[in-house]
Design a protein around this ligand. Structure first.
Ligand SMILES: Cc1ncc(COP(=O)(O)O)c(C=O)c1O
Length: 369
């Protein structure tokens, strides 16, 4: 497999740079904050927890809490896994590996890389800037789909652009997939961070019988250190393959993480509101910052997620710009190069409380150069 450029960039700077402007998660909760939200039953489960192996499919109560996030998908259709592991399991479990798959471009690299390594031929579905916003052309999907295509990869809200199609467009995508008998893998890690809640999309596992949704607690729920995510699908044969492959990755989840995840999901409204409020405030600051520097940047409004992907307009490569920022300001910014995406874009993260300070460092840097 080729190097996961984004994760290597983070490995280099995430715990070295003093200021981070590009993290995709929301401000992590402390264990004490999370435990303060526990009810009597879950507190007892936490205190009396035995550190043994856990159920391979995931704790039954955890799967019940996860199933409450869906309309037509039940606890038996959920397989708990680390989010990144979920991508690995799914891409290696879909049948038809000599065919093609279509993925959004840019993409969080594992969404294309793992399917490619598993034997699929990749086709890119590029996001474009139209009228100051990101868009995806459904006509292009219709043009590219062929009898050789097996799998469609979706990721809405999208990393890194924050793009969301409309519910009608998603329905149209599902109709095309159904006509051509495609599986859909839908990475929904940023679900619940829509900037207009009425734009939240249905989960693929609820609306498509050959669909798999990836969910997790790392982004919208601000609990990345739990390493808890899940795959949700009503496709029974596929589910069996996913569960069997997990025996070769982690076998089962971490016992403490499962209990903390149950506590987090039972308090989901509190967590989601906390995180949405951080993102809302930072988004407003980002708009003001970038729009007041239109000679330097093109601001591209995200419709959801805790990230955005503006464009640097100065005549220097964005990688060189980010290198200089991290060296001179101790501020990490993720260049669009790690997505192999042209156009001098960079990612900013809107979920951290330190965002105003990090943005001020960027402002200071721009004043100086
Ligand atoms: C779109 C997307 N999917 C999956 C993941 C993986 O999540 P985790 O790092 O919690 O395994 C990420 C993390 O950045 C992501 O942005």
């Amino acid at each position: 497999m080729r190097v996961f450029k984004l994760e290597r960039y983070f490995a280099r700077y995430e715990f070295q740079a003093k200021y981070l402007l590009s993290s995709s998660d929301c401000e992590s909760l402390s264990q004490a904050e999370l435990l303060a939200l526990a009810g009597d039953d879950t507190r007892r489960m936490w205190e009396e927890l035995i550190l043994g192996y856990t159920e391979s499919q995931g704790h039954p109560l955890l799967r019940e809490e996860i199933a409450k996030l869906y309309e037509n998908t039940s606890a038996e259709d959920i397989l708990v896994a680390v989010p990144e592991e979920g991508i690995f399991l799914a891409m290696n479990s879909f049948p038809g590996k000599n065919g093609q798959f279509l993925h959004p471009f840019p993409a969080y690299q594992s969404l294309s890389e793992i399917a490619y390594a598993a034997g699929y031929e990749p086709l890119a579905w590029p996001l474009r800037v139209e009228g100051g916003r990101w868009s995806l052309d459904l006509e292009q999907l219709r043009r590219q789909v062929s009898p050789r295509m097996r799998l469609l990869v979706l990721n809405f809200p999208h990393n890194p652009t924050g793009y969301l199609p409309s519910a009608a467009e998603l329905q149209e995508i599902v109709t095309i997939a159904r006509e051509h008998n495609l599986f859909i893998f839908s990475d929904e890690m940023y679900r619940y961070l829509e900037h207009h809640p009425e734009e939240r999309l249905p989960a693929i596992c609820d609306i498509y019988e050959n669909g798999v949704s990836l969910g997790g607690l790392s982004k919208s729920f601000a609990l990345p250190g739990l390493r808890i995510g899940w795959l949700a699908t009503r496709h029974k044969t596929l589910f069996e393959s996913l569960a069997q492959l997990k025996d070769y990755t982690t076998i089962c989840g971490s016992a403490p993480s499962e209990i903390l995840a149950i506590i987090g999901l039972q308090a989901k409204e509190i967590l989601l509101e906390r995180n949405r409020s951080i993102v809302r405030n930072n988004l407003q600051l980002a708009r003001e910052f970038f729009q007041s520097r239109q000679q330097d940047f093109q601001w591209l409004e995200p419709q959801g997620s805790s990230i955005a992907f503006p464009r640097l307009l100065r005549k220097i490569p964005v990688g060189t710009f980010c290198d200089a920022v991290v060296r001179q300001e101790n501020l990490m910014i993720l260049p669009g190069d790690v997505y192999n995406f042209p156009g001098n874009h960079f990612r900013i993260g809107l979920g951290r409380k330190s965002f105003p300070e990090a943005l001020a460092r960027l402002g200071a840097f721009l004043e100086r150069i």
